[in-house]
Design a protein around this ligand. Sequence first.
Ligand SMILES: Nc1ncnc2c1ncn2[C@@H]1O[C@H](COP(=O)(O)OP(=O)(O)O)[C@@H](O)[C@H]1O
Ligand SMILES: [Mg+2]
Length: 322
Amino acid sequence: MSNIVLQVEDLHTSFFTRAGEVKAVDGVSFYVREGETFGIVGESGCGKSVTGLSILRLLPEPAGQVVGGKIIMEGKSLLELNPKQMRAYRGKMISMILQDPMSSLNPVYTIGDQIGESVRLHQDLPENMVEAEVIDALRLLRIPSPEMRAREYPFQLSGGMRQRAVGAIAMSCRPRLLIADEPTTALDATIQAQYIALFEDIQEKTNVAIIFITHDFGVVARICDRVGVMYAGKIVETASTRDIFKNPKHPYTKALIQSVPQLDKKDERLFSIEGQPPSLLRLPKGCRFYPRCTVSMDICKEQEPPEVKIGENRSVSCWRVK
Ligand SMILES: Nc1ncnc2c1ncn2[C@@H]1O[C@H](COP(=O)(O)OP(=O)(O)O)[C@@H](O)[C@H]1O
Ligand SMILES: [Mg+2]
């Protein structure tokens, strides 16, 4: 098996607000291998983005802080790096496509300038080679006529092409790990499918490890090798994509999978999960999913379920699963 690029162990990230400590990430562990895509899936507000931002140490400080755990990248403990060392890691080793990619392009610079800036910052290249790198990055993202596109401004590109330009910036420093935070959410179905195919293509060419954040199990099915299902700051189930679709264990996982629209069942009403995730300021005592669970038992209200390993690469936190 290929090398583990990133290992996250018992990560805790909190926001210290006037109302109290918001435990946005509350004991999350997972790993990603070279050439592998690990999905983090869950409803909005479950801590997916905060997990990604914690890895990059891009939390809005001082309110947001990693308060516990380990983040190990190829043997190096990222939480022990000083800000300068971390800056060198960001971009060079790890890059992230943010949830709102449109706002990560600067409207007043050309696409080529913006990719070039990232190349200069992260690769030690003579100036006359920067342009070739820019064109390579645009080609990697399959942007047609890259020489011409490099001279254009963001407003001259379609939504799908802008999204690719953001991908080109993220990949231009040849990272070992790419964190993609809901990069397809704003795209329509056809463009989304093309963009996902592109990620596979990039991974094949570069062997980059990808953490793909999404609220949509349909996207997980298309791109992820393994997945962690996140609920209220915790990963409640981890499995390979194949196993999780074949035999989901956690009631939350089952509900999320049921709520994926199926193209061949147009008339059926879409299933949605009753209620909302709990406030991370006032978490329920027992299982966090208990108030919304349709198969809960007495113990679920009282005690948090432990994480149970049920296979080589599978674990679940649910009192129903032994
Ligand atoms: N800047 C912030 N200040 C306080 N709390 C925050 C902040 N950003 C996020 N949170 C808390 O962290 C939780 C997880 O957020 P996030 O990781 O963005 O969720 P998502 O799974 O939708 O990406 C939110 O529900 C919110 O309670
Ligand atoms: Mg998010």
